[in-house]
Write a protein that binds this ligand. Structure first.
Ligand code: DLL
Length: 433
């Protein structure tokens, strides 16, 4: 415990007592509600119609009186309608394209960028990085928040940043090797690509200088984490965030207290609600994560429905709460012949079988009235045909007995399953709508 305290003392702000934290959150929440009501017409109209006012907020529980905000609200107010500052105060815009409709646009004041950088620096420091480390960033730069968010945080910590962005995997490998980066920040699925490129070039990833990877932006199973750790010989830590709140750095896995992520509760207030009824759920139970910004200037967001499934609970190291690794997004759920399935459940089973490579894709199709699921997979190198046949049988059996659905397995030649360039597309749905 003494040791752990030594590490977090680099960030005294995370060592606040529970009472101090509650007082800080209450003060910040009140301020955020007042600003949203005064400067964002959308909130004023919505809350007036709902019969609530910032004056109705005294204690943190009072936040439950306020209605939720969703991605749709941001889209309806496209592009800048939800900003609480005049455009002359906005120094940065990011946007996420999503799969349908208009992109959601987010804006930052100078102070917002500073807060964001601080929180990514905090996430990195508590993840084991420090001044002097060389941080290779393969999150995409551009409208996506991953690249620039990670970049500003790593610089703030005093690290040497390699702004590689996504793509050009062969060049990435050369840079990681030659510059001797010891930290990498990238989506887990693109990390698999980098590992594969190293292996193809006869470089053992374990021989690089990498010691820590800070992975996020998409769900990844514990088996994927283990696979990356085993192949590269690093600590693979989880970082969570979303553009509507800020970007990466809303929550992060801490090296001294591995497993799950601490939420930076001094800047974001988390709640969990039932994913169907939206009723609040007590800590310790799974549901949809709801977040409220406590310090954002340009884009205060009240009770945002993240659609991410998680559970909140008290951690051992800090007084801020932990959230379980995101299991899935609520809208990622597939219903196949009446069985509810999340892609992460398939990944967990698939990657436990050593014969398979971690590159896979789930294909959903419809024959008549029946939905079918198949999985495109590749074998690891140097696996005999006999072992592969056994592994396929095992996979079909484990998914049938564990999840309750029959699947087909398509064994693809090496390199045939599409590789991720950022966030992986794990499911291809070929059903007609
Ligand atoms: O993905 C921000 C980010 C960049 C986080 C780099 C971490 C690292 P968006 O593009 O707005 O922002 O997507 C946000 O991605 O609601 C989750 O569904 C998913 N997501 C983000 N981090 C994780 C994670 C960035 N660690 C959406 N585990 C979120 C699982 C994650 N899902």
């Amino acid at each position: 415990m003494e040791n752990q305290r030594k590490t977090v003392s680099y960030y005294p702000k995370v060592l606040v007592s529970k009472d101090e934290l509650t007082a800080l959150q209450t003060r910040r929440m009140k301020h955020t509600l007042l600003r949203a009501y005064s400067f964002v017409p959308y909130y004023k109209t919505k809350w007036d119609n709902h019969g609530v006012h910032p004056d109705d907020f005294t204690f943190l529980e009072d936040i439950k009186k306020f209605p939720f905000t969703s991605k749709e609200d941001l889209r309806l107010n496209y592009p800048f309608g939800m900003f609480a500052n005049p455009m002359s105060d906005i120094v940065r815009l990011h946007a996420s394209s999503g799969t349908t409709g208009k992109p959601t646009v987010v804006g930052y004041t100078r102070k917002d960028i500073d807060t964001w950088s601080d929180l990514v620096a905090r996430s990195l420091r508590l993840g084991g990085a420090q001044k002097g480390d060389i941080v290779h960033i393969s999150y995409g730069y551009g409208l996506f928040t991953g690249g620039l968010g990670a970049h500003y945080g790593a610089e703030k910590l005093g690290c040497t940043v390699v702004p590689a962005s996504g793509g050009f995997t062969d060049k990435q490998v050369t840079l990681i090797n030659d510059f001797k980066a010891n930290i990498i920040m990238v989506t887990p699925s693109y990390m698999l690509n980098i590992i594969e490129e190293m292996e193809n070039r006869g470089i053992d990833p374990k021989d690089t200088a990498l010691k820590i990877g800070i992975f996020g932006a998409e769900p990844w199973s514990m088996q994927m984490k283990k696979k990356i750790e085993d192949k590269v010989g690093i600590a693979a830590l989880d970082i969570y965030g979303l553009s509507e709140m800020m970007g990466p750095g809303v929550a992060c896995e801490v090296l001294e207290d591995r497993g799950d992520l601490y939420i930076w509760e001094d800047h974001f207030y988390p709640e969990i609600v039932n994913k169907n009824t939206f009723e609040p759920i007590d800590d310790g139970n799974e549901g949809e994560l709801i977040l409220t910004t406590l310090t954002k200037e340009a884009l205060p967001i009240i009770r945002y429905r993240t659609k991410d499934l998680s559970t909140l609970y008290d951690g051992d190291l800090l007084n801020m709460r932990k959230m379980k690794r995101i299991k899935a997004r609520t809208d990622d759920m597939m219903i196949i012949r009446g069985v509810n399935i999340f892609p992460s459940q398939i990944e967990e089973i698939l990657l436990k079988i050593k014969a398979f490579s971690p590159h896979y894709q789930i294909i959903i199709s419809r024959t008549g009235n029946m939905d079918d699921m198949s999985i495109d997979i590749e074998a690891e190198l140097n696996i005999s045909q006999e072992e592969i046949n056994l592994a396929i049988k095992k996979l079909i059996h484990k998914i049938k007995s564990g999840i309750g659905v029959s699947i087909k397995v398509n064994l693809k030649a090496n390199g045939q399953v599409p590789r991720s360039q950022g966030k992986a597309q794990r499911v291809v749905d070929n059903r007609e709508i």
